[in-house]
Structure formats: C-alpha cells, structure tokens
Design a protein around this ligand. Structure first.
Ligand code: GLU
Length: 538
C-alpha cells in the first residue's frame, strides 16, 4: 500500500496561528497569537499565519485583511503569511486545496481502512437523527453505532461502491473511529490528557465539494508546514483525539506538534466564556479592532476605544500567565524573554475591564511625551476616535483637530504634556484638553456658588486688575502673585483655587490651574474669569 513519504522535519521551532476568516478577532484569539508568537521568538523559531478558509459557507469577505491588520496593530507580525509567503506556501487553505494537497491523504486513509466514503444525503442524515433520537441521546451522531445503518462504503458491496463513484453521486469521506480505544497525549499546560474513542463520531474529512474539513486540513498542514508546537483555545480540546488519530495514520505521532490548549477567557463574573454579547451588554470591547459585519453593524474594538497596543498585549499576556513575581507591566521584549508555558494557569481567567483600563493608563504614563503626541495625532487624525461622542462638543473636536493638524502645534504640545498622565484612554485626551482650545460651553457654577462671597468676588476683580502687571505670563509667577494676593485678602488660597479652576475649565478637573492659565494666555484667562464672574451671585 502506498504511504505518502515526506522529507524529515527540520528541527526549527515553528508555530502557527490558524484563524478562520469569519469575523472580528476576539481578544482570546489575540492572546493565542501572542502566546504562539512569544514562544516562537523565545526559541528562535518562526511564527506563521495560516488562513483556514475551507468552510466556504462561513467565509466573510474582508475578515482576512482585518486579521492581518490586527496583528500589525498589535506588533505581532508573522514571519510567514499569505502576504509574506515563505517556503511552505500557500498560506490559505483554499489555495492549498487548489494545489491538491489534501485529497491524496484522504485517499491514503481510505486505502488504509481508516476512512470510508459516505453517500447519505442531508435529508437522510436528518432522518437518522430523528429516528435514533432518545432522551439520553438527543443528537445521535454518525459513529460506530450507526454507521452500519447508513449509506456508505462499509455497508455497500464493492460493485455498488464503484457504481456510485462512477455515477458521481455526491459523497463525503469520513474517518472510521473504532470504539474503546484510549487516546493519550501530553498537553503542555494540562499535562497528561486522555480520551476514549467511544465518545468520538466519524468526522467528515473531505466534503462533497472536495474541500477538506478543518480536521483533515489542520493535520496535513501542520505536517507540511513543519509545525513543532501548536497552541490553541481550549474549545479545540474535544477535537484532539481525531487529530491524534489522523497524525498516527498519516504521519506518525512522533512528528505531531506539541499541543497546548489555552484556558478560556471568562466573563467578569467567572460564569462562562467571554462572548461578544457580554461586551455589548457590559459596555466594553472584546474584539481587537472595530469590526463591521455584512449588515453594516459595527462592534467596537480595543484600538478604537483608545487602547495602546502595548497595553493590549500586556493585559492579554497576564490574563492567564505570570512570571512568578508581582510584576504586571511588561514590554513585548520582556515578555519574549520571560514567557514560558509552565506558568500558564490551567483554569480560565476572568476578564476585568477596569483592570484593562489600568494597564492602558500605566502605558500612557510610560510613553514619552513625543511618542504620546504621535499616538494622539494618529488616533484623531486617522479618525479612529469616536468623534463627537468623546468630545461632547463638535466645535471642541474641530478646534482640537486644527490644533492637532498643526495650526497651533506649540499649544497642542504643551497641552499634551499637561494632560498625558490624566488620560486612561487615548480618547480621554479630548475631554481632558478641549478647554485649552475652546472655552467651556458650561460652567459648573453649582460647585462654586454655595461658598461664593463678596470677598471672593472682590478678590477676582482685583486679580484681573493685577494681570496687566504680570510678566512674563508663566505659571510660577502667576501662582506667586495669586498667593500673595490671597494672603493680603486673608482668604485661604485653597478656597480660591477651585473657583479659578471652574472658571477656566468649566468643572473640577484638569492639570495644575496655573499651568492652565499660563497656556490659555492672559487675554483668554481674563475673558473666562469675567464670564464666570457674571454668572456668580453674591
Ligand atoms: N481554524 C481553527 C480556528 O478557527 C484553528 C484551530 C487550531 O488552532 O487548530 O480557531
């Protein structure tokens, strides 16, 4: 019997991320990418992106580009991919199918007696399910129990089979799973895992349209692409016995990649897998970047919410892994140095959006001002920001865009410096800095009015007169003058600072109030104080 021979595997460490292009990339998917990527880098290996697009019914246009863009944004670019082919192409399964890479393995399995042809129509399958359905077994499977009752090469004579094939009757090829076998493998996270084949159905390997299913394609491709390690989500664990059998029959288990099934990312309350719906319900993203589906409905992504890729990667790395110390902030380089699978937890990791924002805040604080400026510019100019919504006022947003695109670069730079550490998300820059560019439309007089007095009114009127003598118009000089005047008026400076802040920014927020006045300039500061004084009643 012909067994297809292949060149020996190279010993280089090679890992792959093998998504199906069906929609937005879930943060769990990005964490899978990250762990594969880190392991490959750590061991001087290759990281490959393979597009698993054999299920034409689930194919979504644009999803592949989207995945590539996500990896680019995250800084986790593959060494080999459809866009960057290496020596193991093609990197899309549909193209590999076109090159005839799968049928011959299905044929080999048939020859070996490990697979068979099945001619059952969808209707016949439906009838089978209805007929054998019981309370204990609500969805009967095509398996060792039922295959003997179905229309397949195991129940036909060789002549019947030849007739069917010659007539071109639509058919699939199924794996023949023998019951009662114990399948074992060592998972790099879970340790020894075993299954009995009795619970496994005769999965389809080659579909009626000639396309391989995921099960056949993943095994063939992992071998042909010389994959040495494969880390994937825990949801693939039930498929492992089928894959192991295919490895055994086709290539020998000794060549099988070492598997690691990554624990799930759980809902914040720990009850089940975090889904896109949880994100919608709880108001946080679960996709890496915005994803717009065929109905034009957009699901928000971490990128558009104002996350930095460094923070996104960092928070995903520690969702289920730590380096054994208290350290929480890691650069990609540090992660590459420190990542190891033996510190990946077996249990699921709860997603906590507040903690995710904490990571982003820490990463914004870590960015040098110049780098922060570039990110803010990119973010707002490329229009990623959720315009208007974040600004609260379109005019402020327009002014801000002007400043950002260079009409008042110096002011923009200074504003950036002042508000950087106060921003948790990149979008916060608008709320935190728009008052520098446009006077607040509303003044929170409620915060000031109850403690407003004639003495304070007089103080501010006097302050306005003194402004003419303040030179240069700089924060320390303004502060000194302000405090001297407060002492002379016998009012605690603390009681005057809040009103000044509210007059200048509209509310109780923002950086140092003298820094704000300095950047606003004398005329604008005067103008805002006068306007607020006109609203306050003694
Ligand atoms: N195509 C599978 C997916 O969409 C890949 C699973 C695996 O890594 O084996 O996740």
């Amino acid at each position: 019997m012909e067994v297809l021979s292949l060149p020996p595997m190279s010993k280089k460490v090679r890992l792959r991320f093998a998504p199906s292009p069906t929609g937005g990339l879930h943060l769990g998917g990005v964490r899978t990418v990250l762990y594969n990527y880190l392991f490959a880098r750590r061991h001087g290996g290759d990281f490959i992106l393979r597009i698993e697009d054999t299920d034409q019914s689930r194919y979504v246009a644009g999803a592949e580009e989207y995945i590539l863009d996500c990896l680019k944004w995250c800084g986790l670019e593959p060494d080999e991919s459809p866009n960057r082919p290496g020596a193991y192409g093609p990197y899309r399964q549909s193209e590999r199918k076109a090159e005839g890479l799968y049928e011959k393995y299905a044929a080999q399995l048939i020859q070996q007696g490990h697979a068979y042809y099945a001619f059952d129509t969808p209707q016949e399958l439906e009838e089978m399910r209805a007929k054998y359905k019981t309370a204990e077994n609500p969805s009967p499977q095509y398996n060792h129990v039922l295959r003997g009752k179905m229309k397949n090469s195991l129940t036909m004579t060789p002549e019947e089979l030849q007739q069917q094939l010659a007539a071109g009757t639509p058919h699939v090829i199924r794996i023949k799973i023998n019951p009662g076998e114990d399948i074992r493998f060592t998972d790099l996270i879970r340790g020894e895992v075993h299954f009995s084949t009795s619970g496994v159905d005769d999965k389809v390997l080659l579909k009626a349209d000639g396309m391989p299913t995921y099960h056949l394609a993943v095994v063939v491709d992992d071998r042909l692409m010389e994959i040495t390690h494969a880390f994937r989500g825990e949801e693939w664990l039930p498929s492992a016995p089928v894959h192991i059998l295919l490895w055994r029959y086709l290539f020998g288990e000794e060549h099988m990649p070492q598997w690691a099934h990554l624990p799930l990312i759980l809902k914040p309350d720990g009850n089940g897998k975090l889904s896109k719906r949880d994100g919608d319900r709880l108001g946080f993203p679960v996709f890496a970047m915005n994803w717009t589906d065929a109905n034009g409905e957009t699901t928000k992504g971490f990128r558009e919410m104002g996350f930095l890729p460094e923070a996104f990667i960092n928070l995903l790395a520690v969702l289920g892994w730590n380096d054994g110390s208290e350290q929480e902030l890691f650069t990609l380089e540090e992660l590459t140095e420190k990542f190891s699978l033996d510190r990946v937890h077996k249990g699921g990791a709860k997603f906590d959006f507040d903690k995710a924002k904490w990571f982003n805040h820490e990463w914004i604080k870590r960015l040098p001002v110049a780098a922060y400026r570039d990110r803010v510019k990119d973010f707002f100019i490329t229009g990623l920001a959720i315009n208007g919504e974040a600004a609260g006022a379109e005019k402020a947003m327009a002014e801000l865009k002007n400043a950002i695109s260079g009409s008042n670069e110096a002011k923009f730079e200074k504003a950036l410096e002042l508000v950087k550490d106060r921003c948790t998300l990149l979008t916060d820059f608008v709320q935190q800095s728009s008052f520098f560019f446009v006077a607040p439309t509303q003044i929170d007089t409620v915060a000031v009015q109850p403690k407003w007095t004639a003495a304070k009114q007089t103080f501010f009127a006097e302050l306005l007169r003194q402004f003419t003598f303040i030179s240069p118009w700089e924060a320390p000089i303004l502060e000194k003058e302000f405090k001297e005047m407060a002492a002379a008026a016998e009012i605690k400076p603390g009681d005057l600072l809040l009103p000044l802040r509210v007059m200048l920014v509209g509310g109780k927020f923002g950086p140092g109030v003298f820094d704000i006045a300095a950047l606003l300039g004398q005329k604008e500061t005067e103008h805002r104080i006068k306007h607020a004084l006109s609203l306050l009643k003694v």
